[in-house]
Design a protein around this ligand. Structure first.
Ligand code: DP6
Length: 315
């Protein structure tokens, strides 16, 4: 038996669309920040029959079961008992599938002493959920095509350029359309989808340069642009994917207002209504207290950059 911990990540250049084929390869490269504070802890052990417990509750999860079948075909791991807990709301746009699959692959690698290296672990995590590949890495990571396969790479350690992410929770409800279903809907119906994918590679390069130069303004511009383009693709899909609520919009306005008052901060939003405000550590308490006062915000969590998925000693 082994246990692993992983943190969610927030994409700066978003992944929203898959390449043709069945191996869950993205259609475009992405970049993200792995955050601390929020975490998934997953235990894996051999069992007579597969059981999956999420936050203490027995569940049937097709995405996890399909992944375990693939893993079993590759490594002969047999039926397993999986116990996974999140210290944050599951399935509500806080990247629980990213931390979930990253922790699962790390625990599987340890349980069966497979000796998979970081690129291999990230490829396996990606097969479970695209964004999970990036949660294998600490700090800032890319998910890009390297030697013919899509894998994650750490491009900036947490100590090289410490950034803060203030998460504002606007609702703890689960999202109604999963990312996989949403991406397919966007691919097949949004008139903007092709342009979005074509533009992502350009933005990926600009974002990498901003990180290399520690250029906060440039990073903020690219991140908000990638986020809003992705939501434009979502909203122009049919039926429209509208992941925001009115509190999300209140928070966008609040972040823009903070910026006009001279605070270094920008926002990002994933497939859910939560806001992630990215700022410099010295400004994070101020950003947090301002976001906490936005009408409708339930609570805030002030995060730094976190570590990639790692094993933890069993209790
Ligand atoms: C909006 O990684 O959850 O968070 O590969 O289908 O599991 P699947 O999708 P997933 O999609 C993440 C979408 C996003 C943007 C991002 O994290 O890049």
């Amino acid at each position: 038996m082994a246990q692993a911990r992983a943190h969610p990540n927030i994409a700066l250049v978003k992944y929203w669309g898959k390449a043709p084929g069945s191996d869950n390869k993205p259609a475009s490269p992405s970049i993200s920040l792995t955050i601390d504070e929020l975490e998934t802890v997953t235990r894996v052990s051999a069992a007579k029959k597969e059981t999956i417990r999420l936050n203490g509750k027995l569940v049937q999860d097709k995405k996890i079961s399909n992944f375990l079948r693939l893993f079993d075909e590759a490594f002969g791991t047999g039926p397993l008992n999986i116990e996974s807990s999140n210290n944050f709301p599951t399935g509500s746009g806080l990247a629980s599938s990213a931390s979930g699959f990253a922790a699962l692959v790390t625990a599987l690698n340890e349980t069966f002493e497979l000796g998979l290296d970081l690129p291999e672990r990230s490829i396996w995590a990606r097969r479970g959920s695209g964004s999970a590949a990036r949660s294998m890495c600490s700090g800032i990571a890319t998910l890009e095509e390297v030697s013919g396969d899509w894998q994650a790479r750490e491009i900036s350690a947490p100590s090289r350029w410490p950034l803060s992410v203030v998460v504002a929770i606007t609702t703890e409800d689960r999202k109604s359309v999963s990312s996989s279903v949403g991406m397919e809907r966007s691919r097949s119906t949004s008139p903007f989808y092709k342009a979005w994918i074509a533009n992502a590679t350009k933005e990926f390069d600009t974002c990498k340069a901003a990180i290399k130069n520690k250029d906060f303004q440039q990073l903020g511009m690219i991140t908000e642009s990638s986020c809003l383009q992705m939501h434009a693709v979502m909203m122009s899909s049919y039926p429209a994917l509208i992941y925001w609520n009115e509190v999300t919009v209140n928070c966008i306005r609040a972040v823009r207002e903070m910026r006009s008052q001279g605070l270094d901060v920008f926002f990002s939003i994933d497939a859910g209504p939560q806001i992630k405000a990215i700022c410099l550590p010295e400004g994070s308490s101020k950003v947090e207290s301002l976001l906490r006062n936005v009408k409708g915000v339930k609570r805030t969590i002030n995060c730094g950059l976190g570590l990639g998925a790692h094993t933890v000693t069993n209790d």
